[in-house]
Design a protein around this ligand. Structure first.
Ligand code: XBP
Ligand code: MG
Length: 248
């Protein structure tokens, strides 16, 4: 089947946002008087659970931090405040898009492909990132968005990719996913979507077995990507044309 759509993950794939999420979690914990500190190693472990609310509940259940039980019923409120903090942090464009992201989005659209997102994070977070980096509303950039609050089961369940496919009106075999994590890869593959991985700072050591390819990033004319595993592309960049040839 011919390629008709590219579906991007957001956190770690469009931009290295996880560090901003981690800092926002920690600042919000401090604002609530919670003696919780997620350092980078702990956060890497906690990323095994996707979704901020789910991640906090997992932390309380598995790590039994002080005041955990009393916070449990206030997790939605705590997470909402963290999200507002996160959006304030990224709204000035201080977290840029990763190399090749803006280029591939534009190229794909010019080539008549649809472009969507499938992300565990919430719609306002995506809108803030896109407005801050591309200066346009996300609804103008993407043909469809599937975000965490719209599904019952987040990644690695296939629900977000299934929803993105449905909204884009394409079959799984007509799409390719761009992801940075094993959870994202599993989600896309379970929905039947082939996946290119651009590992991020938190996911570089994960197992990407069954990815179409693993490349350091999508590449720019003056910044060629490094090929890590899987299919190799000719040239220095992941292009819409190369993805199309691959999927065909
Ligand atoms: C990203 C996530 C998110 C972010 C935090 O996973 O798991 O939970 O860490 O965002 P993916 P929220 O990139 O696979 O979608 O706090 O808004 O959930
Ligand atoms: Mg991700």
């Amino acid at each position: 089947m011919a390629l008709r759509a590219i579906i991007f993950d957001v956190d770690g794939t469009l931009a290295e946002t996880e560090e901003a999420h981690r800092i926002a979690f920690n600042e919000e914990f401090a604002a609530w008087g919670l003696p919780w500190e997620w350092d980078r190693d702990l956060y890497r472990e906690l990323l095994a659970v996707t979704g901020g609310k789910e991640r906090i509940r997992h932390y309380i259940a598995e790590y039994a931090p002080p005041k955990g039980e009393e916070v449990l019923e206030k997790v939605p409120e705590l997470h909402k405040a963290k999200s507002e903090r996160y959006m304030r942090m990224i709204a000035d464009g201080s977290v840029p898009l990763r190399p090749g992201v803006a280029r591939l989005i534009e190229e794909a659209k010019a080539a008549g492909l649809k472009v969507g997102v499938a992300t565990t994070t919430s719609t306002p977070n995506v809108e803030t990132l896109i407005r801050a980096t591309l200066g346009r509303p996300a609804a103008e950039v993407f043909d469809a968005m599937a975000c965490g609050e719209e599904v019952e089961r987040k990644k690695p369940a296939p629900d977000l990719y299934r929803l993105a496919l449905e909204k884009l009106e394409v079959f799984p075999k007509e799409a390719v996913a761009i992801e940075d994590s094993r959870n994202g890869l599993r989600s896309a593959l379970r929905a039947g979507v082939q996946t290119v991985i651009t590992p991020s700072s938190y996911t570089a050591d994960e197992d990407f077995t069954n990815a179409l390819a693993v490349v350091s990033h999508l590449g720019e004319p003056d910044m060629p990507y490094d090929h890590v595993a899987g299919f190799g592309f000719s040239g220095d960049m992941i292009t819409a044309d190369a993805l199309r040839r691959w999927i065909d």
